[in-house]
Ligand binder design. Structure first.
Ligand code: FA5
Length: 348
């Protein structure tokens, strides 16, 4: 029986050693907790020893006895935590060994890569960057003003029917942009000439067949400065066709109409399916229509505050997905939007 702090110290030391020996032999959490209760619990041997010591000790020693016992209980708790952690780690390892065969050879993960539309878009951006064009962007939900009005298509203009439009419910002044031409307006409103931009991005129309999709991508081009002529437009398009498809490629411009360009033209490129010799896709002509172009109409300059006496400019807009179809000989535009990785995987 302990009668002084020194006696108690010796007794507690003995209990601690016993405790440590027992938890080393315990192999389950249940066994461990039982050993702990026997020694460190409120009815455990350490508290019993403390009570015994307190009974006989003079008042002056009671505090030291309490502190001594608490310190030993804390040590017992630390030892318990350490053993529990070791036990859990051993269990985790046993589980892993049961479920993971570390001797199996590793599996090579397939690397993702860019979508064909993105590949073509980047290539187009690069070719135009070398001609001094920068990339501009605009919102896909566009105002009636930017999409139509400022492009010389007031509300009752018949040309609006050329682009069957998705309107935003309850917002008569907002549309899903039907073309990338509103980026022309936004760019011109943001600063004076000279301007050389291309604007690639998604557009939306109520269109649906193998060569028309309700969501597709266009690339807009705009160049405004003093002395820009139709010859510059043709030169830029021809340069692009040769860089993108090949030296032997040609461009044909056919008279057409767009409300925001005057004169206007349809752009044809040499058919990529037959290299110009005539096939089913180009209906024997050797040419494929890719988009529209023309000289910026002075009425558009009036909307953005440019002086039409001083500045002239050309603009063009073509189907980006159509360009990818030509590049990769794909005859159904839907393949670009189905999200089938077996399709996308073929383009590196
Ligand atoms: C336009 O959208 C004019 N903004 C182009 C333009 C820009 C003219 C600047 C003059 C100056 P158009 O509606 O023809 O024009 O469309 C241009 C091209 O987009 C088409 O030639 C075609 O390649 C592509 N395109 C049109 N509708 C679809 C569709 N539903 N799915 C896929 N591609 C389409």
């Amino acid at each position: 029986m302990a009668s002084s702090p020194d006696d108690l110290k010796a007794r507690l030391h003995g209990l601690l050693s016993e405790f440590q020996a027992k938890i080393e032999r315990a192999h389950t959490e249940q066994e461990l907790r039982k050993v702990f209760a026997d020694y460190g619990g409120s009815q455990g041997a350490i508290r019993v020893a403390q009570k015994d010591a307190l009974k006989e000790a003079p008042n002056a020693e009671k505090k030291a006895i309490g502190q001594l016992s608490n310190a030993v209980v804390a040590e017992v708790e630390r030892a318990l935590e350490g053993r529990l952690a070791a036990l859990h780690e051993a269990e985790r390892r046993r589980d892993l060994e049961r479920t993971v065969d570390v001797s199996l050879p590793g599996r090579v993960r397939r690397l993702g890569h860019l979508h064909p539309t993105t590949l073509v878009r980047r290539e187009i951006e690069q070719i135009f960057a070398q001609l001094g064009f920068t990339v501009a962007e605009g919102p896909q939900i566009e105002t009636d003003f930017h999409n139509f009005e400022a492009l010389a298509m007031p509300k009752d203009h018949p040309a609006r029917d050329m682009q069957d439009t998705f309107y935003i419910e309850g917002e008569p002044e907002l549309v899903l942009r039907t073309h990338t031409s509103p980026v022309q307006i936004r760019t011109m409103l943001s600063g004076p000439p000279p301007i050389r931009i291309i604007a690639p991005g998604p557009v939306y129309r109520k269109d649906d067949d193998p060569t028309h999709s309700p969501m597709f991508n266009q690339v807009e081009g705009l160049c405004v400065d003093e002395g820009i002529t139709f010859a510059d437009l043709k030169g830029v398009l021809l340069h692009f066709a040769k860089r993108f498809f090949g030296e032997e490629w040609g461009v044909r411009l056919r008279p057409s109409f767009f409300p925001f360009t005057e004169p206007s033209a349809e752009i044809d490129f040499t058919c990529a399916f037959c290299a110009g010799s005539g096939c089913r896709t180009c209906k024997g002509s050797g040419w494929i229509e890719i988009g529209g172009a023309g000289m910026v109409d002075p009425e558009v300059f009036a909307h953005v505050g440019y002086d039409p006496e001083r500045y002239t400019g050309f603009a063009f807009g073509w189907g980006l997905d159509r360009m990818a179809m030509l590049r990769y000989h794909i005859d159904d535009i839907k393949l670009f939007f189905d999200g089938d990785v077996r399709f996308a995987r073929q383009f590196k």
